[in-house]
Design a protein around this ligand. Structure first.
Ligand code: SAH
Length: 363
């Protein structure tokens, strides 16, 4: 039996959860708080570094527990300062994390699942499906790894990496607690954006939490035929369900939603689509983020050219919709999320088949 797999991962616990666990092994609450701070504030991944803990407790924790500490398998740095990491988790699975430098601070884009089940036709992260959910501590460790690697404070977080955050709801909620609590990095909810492909029950559930984060909805098309052709999730939650859910969300939380709109040449970028989009979301005061699609291998889509993106933006503005063209960072380093992980998996496969080839060829 694999004993390592049975170890308890302490970085997955929120402070109340850790307090409970420490109590169960006969330790007082203040120890839980100290250890929580070591993990989530001082970003230590070694029990032996917890210098205010008794030696006996350290040995016990080393024997029974772990802390999520992914290995940096690959690191690419763009000319604009963007750093992209391929992180390897304890079980060998890989995910991607990106650190972007903006004038207002460093933003980390985190993955929430290994792979994704949503099947969007333009997205590299979903082509091989979903392998598993990430735990709260694993998601937090993406930020911790980037912060330690760069030696720079992370002030903003976007849940826009690999995976669908609302398809891993409970772990994502605990992750948000970990990074926003005062005993952790204390990242303000207003500095956090969560992006969803539009899982309506998840949006309603999230609304009930009344968080001050920004909800981003990946809309990408103003009509069901186009949206379903791009995103299978639209068959389950078509626009007549999704848009009212967005309106409910705004009403319940008092927070404006932002819509992502990836522009695909000849699919969703005509003046007609701009008019339909404006009609669809009018009166919401929502913000639209336009971004030319990042073409991935095996996808039939190509990007709308810059000038047409601008034209589309101008039309939206004229129709009373607030729209910006998102600045693209890190385009010189493996582009859209999911590509690095897929590339790596492919190389692994190639190496394995090379090895197998050698073996068969051997006398
Ligand atoms: N699952 C969530 C979050 C991860 S994807 C969601 O769907 O929102 C983050 C954003 O990147 C989404 O808006 C997604 O539609 C977009 N995206 C994915 N692949 C893309 C590509 N190749 N080009 C442009 N945007 C892409």
């Amino acid at each position: 039996m694999d004993m390592a797999a049975q170890k308890i991962c302490l970085s997955d616990f929120t402070l109340p959860g850790l307090t409970e666990y420490m109590k169960s092994i006969g330790q007082p609450a203040f120890r839980a708080k100290q250890i929580f701070k070591w993990i989530h504030q001082k970003l230590v991944t070694d029990f032996s570094a917890m210098t205010d803990q008794p030696k006996s407790l350290i040995s016990q924790l080393e024997k029974d527990c772990t802390i999520a500490a992914p290995a940096i398998r690959r690191r690419q740095q763009s000319k604009d300062g963007t750093v992209k990491y391929l992180l390897q988790l304890a079980d060998g699975n890989c995910i991607e994390t990106v650190l972007m430098r903006y004038h207002y601070g460093n933003t980390v884009c985190v993955s929430t699942q290994v792979g994704c089940a949503m099947g969007c036709r333009f997205c590299a992260s979903t082509q091989a499906g979903r392998v598993r959910d990430l735990t709260p501590g694993e998601i937090a460790s993406e930020i911790y790894t980037a912060q330690k690697d760069t030696g720079e404070r992370v002030s903003h977080v976007v849940l826009m990496g690999i995976g669908e955050p609302l398809h891993n709801f409970d772990n994502v909620m605990d992750f948000l607690t970990l990074i926003s609590c005062p005993e952790g990095l204390n990242i303000g909810m207003r500095n956090i954006s969560l992006s969803t492909c539009g899982l309506v029950p998840g949006i309603d559930k999230l609304a009930q939490r009344h968080l001050q984060l920004t909800l981003s909805v990946s809309l990408h098309a103003p009509d069901n035929a186009t949206r379903s052709s791009m995103m299978p999730v639209n068959d389950a939650f078509p626009l007549e369900k999704l848009i009212p859910a967005c309106r409910r969300y705004q009403k319940e939380t008092g927070r404006r939603i932002s819509f992502e709109y990836s522009m695909v040449k000849g699919v969703n970028d005509s003046p007609q689509k701009a008019r339909e989009l404006a009609e669809l979301i009018k009166g919401m005061g929502a913000h639209v983020n336009l971004i030319p699609i990042n073409p991935v291998d095996g996808s039939p889509y190509s990007a709308t050219d810059e000038a047409n993106v601008r034209r589309f933006q101008k039309m939206l503005e004229e129709l009373g919709v607030n729209a910006t063209v998102r600045r693209r960072l890190g385009t010189d380093i493996s582009a859209a999320c999911g590509q690095l992980r897929r590339e790596d998996a492919r190389q692994q496969k190639q190496q394995t088949s090379d090895l197998q080839g050698e073996r068969t060829d051997a006398p």
